[in-house]
Design a protein around this ligand. Structure first.
Ligand code: PGA
Length: 234
């Protein structure tokens, strides 16, 4: 049985009270943990310290990630959270999400700089890839991804497939399998690749069953604890 990684992307949702309710609810579902399932939640920054305290106190089998990280180190960069600060609370960080590229004009260069910052502080980049052209550009620009491929979780996430909080979109399993396989091929070795975009309890098992897919990045479906628990069961 392959190891699965389920990364919940909460985006800009929830208050601390709602986050705690979610944690209480999720702790009531028996989910298969062990070394075969890694569950990572990426909440808004401000929720993270209290969520970490709660997770530690109740020994919940959950890890935390940030949704964004500064491309710079520590210093005079108003409004940014550095990898050095984040590593006190989280183990993972989303990078290159298409919403950050679209709404906040993140460039390929920003994405590469963020990956370097994360690796410097032993944080695992969860690198979202919209299409193979984008990955080809990253690989041509810099060897940081190839050189550290074993420390990175890759996510094939076509922007058109993202629910955006609305209805889930139909998914094409053949395209998902082909593109996740292609990511390893382009990098030159087998890497951990997840799929993101409208992952929900109805399609999770089908997606996770694909040969080259090692889990998923649900957004909308991670907000409700019961729905998320169903995805974890796969
Ligand atoms: P979705 O979002 O599951 O709501 O489609 C996924 C994502 O954007 O990471």
């Amino acid at each position: 049985m392959k190891k699965l990684f389920i990364v919940g992307n909460w985006k800009s949702n929830k208050t601390i009270a709602e986050a705690k309710t979610w944690l209480l609810e999720i702790s009531n579902f028996q989910f298969p943990i062990s070394d075969k399932r890694e569950i990572i939640i990426c909440p808004p920054f401000l929720l993270i310290p209290e969520m970490k305290t709660f997770i530690d106190e109740y020994k919940l089998p959950l890890k935390l990630g940030v949704q964004n990280i500064s491309p710079f180190g520590e210093g005079a960069y108003t409004g940014e959270v550095s990898a050095r600060t984040a590593q006190e609370f989280v183990t993972h960080a989303l990078v290159g999400h298409s919403e950050r590229r679209h709404y906040f004009h993140e460039t390929d260069e920003d994405v590469l700089a963020k990956i370097k910052q994360l690796l410097r502080y032993d944080l695992t980049p969860v690198l979202c890839i919209s299409d193979m052209k984008q990955l080809a550009f990253y690989l041509k620009e810099d060897d940081v991804i190839t050189a550290n491929a074993g420390k990175i979780i890759f996510v094939y996430e076509p922007p058109d497939a993202i629910s955006g909080g609305g209805a889930f979109h139909a998914i094409d399993l053949d395209t998902i399998d082909a593109n996740t396989a292609e990511i390893s091929k382009m990098i030159g070795k087998e890497v951990v690749t997840l799929y993101g975009g409208s992952v929900n309890p109805e399609n999770a098992a089908l997606i996770f069953g694909l040969e080259h897919v090692s889990g998923g990045l649900p957004g909308q479906a991670s907000l409700d604890a019961e729905t998320f628990a169903q995805i974890i069961h796969g």
